[in-house]
Every structure is written in C-alpha cells, then in structure tokens.
Design a protein. Structure first.
Length: 310
C-alpha cells in the first residue's frame, strides 16, 4: 500500500460556490483539469492504482487570492465539509484530507482549523508560501503555528508565485518554497515549537541542492543568536516526492533530509493519464536505499505523521 500525501482536488460544491464569488478561479490550470474537478473521472483513473490511497488537499488558487475574508470563510467551510464527506464515502480511495483555511482572516482561520480537525476529522491544514504576498514569518501567523504544534498535525505548504518572478510555476514555485522555508527557519519557529511539522511540496525544492551554500553563508552575523545551527532546522521539514520521476533529485533530498522526512506525494491527478503517479512510484523504487526506507517513504511516515488508523 502507498499513501499519496499531496493529491489535489477542487471539490464540486466548493468550485461552484467559488466561481460564483469570482469566475477567475475557472481560469486556473487545476480548474481546467477534469480529474481535479470531476469525481467520476478521478475515481476511474485511481482504479489503475488500487494500492494508492490519497490524502486530499484543495488545489490552488488560495482563497485569499480571489475573494474577500467573509467569502473566504464561507468557502473554506464548504470545502472542508465536502472533503470530510469524500473521506467518509470513499475510504478505499481517500484515507485523509487537509483543511482549507481563509488565511486573509487569521482569527477565522484558527476557528476553522479547530472545526476541521475536531469535528470533521481532517488531518492538518494547508497554507501557501505567501499569504496575499505576506511571508510566512509574519508574526500574525504565529498563532496558527502554535495551534498546529499543539494538535501535533502537519501544515502543508503549497507554493504560490510572486508576480515579479512568475514563470508559470516552473521556476518561481521552487524559489518561493525555499524562501518560505528560509524565513520560517530564521524566524525561530523550530525553537518556539520544536515538534511543529511542515510538509513541503516538490521535495524541499532548492534546499537540498544548496544545503552547503546555506551552511556556508548563514554564519552567525546573518542569523538570530537563538538559531545556533540553522542547517539542522532545515532538516526538520517533511517533504513530498513530487519531482515527476526524478530519482537523482530524490537521492539529493534523501542525502539531506533522510528517509524519515520524505513522504510519497505525486501532484495527482495532474499529468497525462495519471502518469505522475506511476513515474513517482518508479522513481522511488529506483532509489539506492534499503527497502525498509522505501517503505517508510511510501506509507509508514504518512501513517505516523497523520496519526492514521491503518
């Protein structure tokens, strides 16, 4: 069995309600992908991989990008209710789901996180690498980090591109993910909440490749005194395997993070004919690591991190 921790969906009721608030959502790539927006298509494609269970995450765009706070609160509730219904109805397909939050109203986001976790049984929350352009080390977001550390459940970080470096998500997204990780580390979040858990998309992006550069350049005068060894803080992130079949990239991430911090994730259902799922599985199987560590990546780490009954 395998657990895909970063599988995107735009639930039908949610997308319909979102598009009524702002039709711009329909122009997004994900909203034009039938498997993302149509459940029957998705389930049919999932039948090709009966040993893969998905953890559902609401696909971009962020709520705060296209709607005002009041509407974001309403839409987040619709999305999370629908996610919980899908997990309950299709337990052989969807093992868990991740809460969508109205991050342009942080107080409301905290309330919705509580509701989604305690009442709906969702297994964490998703935020973006910037919140309406604001970096994740903004003190206003600290209350969410404290809450999730107390729940001992993860925060998924999905990249979003700054308009000044927009490359259609190709290069801007890896940069934004790495920048978000950098700012979180230097904010001291892992000092404040030692057990906090973040899951990055696309395997920690640039951080494993530039780990030596980070270690060399983050000398004491460029970091807060409380961050004694920042490179070890970078190693605290959890990271999915959505590198589109790139085994060399996975090995680079493995060398930096280790198997315990890697989770099978594919970007499903994106890619032709669910191809990213197969490519990702095969790329993990090609890794020159022990089989028990592959098993950690494919299933065991997710079971532990999300406290799954499995």
């Amino acid at each position: 069995m395998k657990i895909d921790v970063f599988a995107h969906i735009l639930p039908e009721k949610y997308l319909a309600a979102y598009s009524q608030k702002n039709k711009a959502v329909l122009d997004q790539v994900e909203a034009r992908n039938r498997a993302v927006i149509n459940l029957e298509t998705r389930l049919r494609l999932m039948d090709r991989y009966p040993d893969v269970l998905q953890v559902l995450t609401v696909a971009q765009p962020p709520l705060e990008k296209f709607v005002k706070p009041k509407d974001a609160v309403e839409l987040a509730r619709i999305a999370n209710d629908e996610l919980a219904e899908l997990v309950e109805k299709y337990p052989d397909k969807f093992i868990a789901a991740v809460a969508c939050l109205p991050m342009n109203d942080v107080d409301a986001a905290l309330v919705e996180a509580d509701r989604a976790i305690t009442q709906l049984g969702l297994k964490g929350v998703q935020i973006y690498s910037r919140i309406n352009g604001e970096p994740l080390d903004n003190p206003k977001f600290k209350t969410l980090y404290e809450k999730m550390a107390n729940y001992d459940l993860p925060i998924w970080i999905h990249p979003t591109t700054d308009k000044e470096i927009d490359t259609g998500g190709l290069l801007g997204w890896p940069f934004e993910t790495a920048a978000a990780m950098y700012r979180l580390v230097l904010s001291g979040v892992f000092n404040d909440y030692p057990n906090i858990k973040f899951i990055t998309h696309h395997c920690g992006s640039m951080i494993p490749t530039f780990a030596n550069r980070l270690q060399w350049l983050l000398y004491p005068s460029r970091r807060p005194p409380s961050i004694k060894n920042p490179i070890e803080h970078f190693r605290k992130f959890y990271n999915d395997t959505a590198l589109y079949g790139n085994t060399a990239g996975l090995m680079c991430a493995y060398a930096f993070f280790g198997a315990d911090r890697m989770l099978f994730g594919t970007d499903a259902p994106l890619g032709p004919k669910f191809g990213l799922t197969l490519d990702t599985i095969e790329s993990i199987q090609r890794m020159t690591i022990p089989d028990d560590e592959k098993e950690k990546i494919l299933v065991q780490n997710a079971v532990s991190l999300l406290a799954l009954a499995f």
